[in-house]
Write a protein that binds this ligand. Structure first.
Ligand code: FES
Length: 175
């Protein structure tokens, strides 16, 4: 997913560490993947970022993005740096949403084209309706999240969530 520049920032991250004192630090963490990142910046009298450093534990996208951000914001005013930070999140989210949308379109098409004996529900993880029904009935599952935990169905692009929901509804028999 990363371009050459991004990969370079991953293999050779810039500005790892802590900005010199006096510094201002910020942290962010993702509960879902356990990644965390800490930024520290030093700001001069003109309100410009004179130093930006980061420490991160997480995936290559996080590390490369943090590294690129430290270079991008150096010398900018805090207002300019904040604008870049906001745009970075928005653009990353936008790109992610577009990619997920494309994967969903693929999944829908692959599901429609599927010619196997059993109806294919989750194209991402190749899970059939029969498998999902079996998991629901043998384990007494009631939510899509539980189905995902049991057999991975629904754990990718999410285009099958509605179908899983319908299977749950039709299998919601008194136990
Ligand atoms: S089809 Fe993508 S998560 Fe099920």
């Amino acid at each position: 997913m990363m371009d050459g520049l991004g990969a370079d920032h991953f293999f050779n991250p810039r500005n790892v560490g802590d900005a010199d004192e006096p510094r201002f630090t910020g942290r962010a963490a993702s509960l879902s993947c356990g990644a965390h990142v800490r930024f520290s910046i030093q700001v001069d009298e003109a309100q410009r970022v004179s130093q930006a450093r980061f420490r991160a534990a997480g995936c290559n996208v996080l590390i490369a993005t943090a590294s690129m951000l430290t270079e991008q914001v150096a010398g900018l005013t805090t207002a300019e740096a904040a604008t870049i930070a906001t745009e970075a999140t928005t653009c990353a989210a936008l790109a992610r949403d577009a990619l997920l949308d494309a994967i969903r379109e693929y999944s829908n098409a692959a599901r429609d084209d599927w010619a196997g004996d059993e109806a294919l529900i989750c194209t991402c993880f190749f899970v059939s309706e029969r498998t999902i029904e079996h998991e629901i009935n043998s384990r007494g599952l009631t939510t899509v999240a539980e189905v995902t935990r049991a057999c991975n169905a629904g754990g990718g692009c999410g285009s099958c969530h509605q179908l899983i929901q319908e299977i749950l509804a039709t299998n919601d028999l008194p136990r």
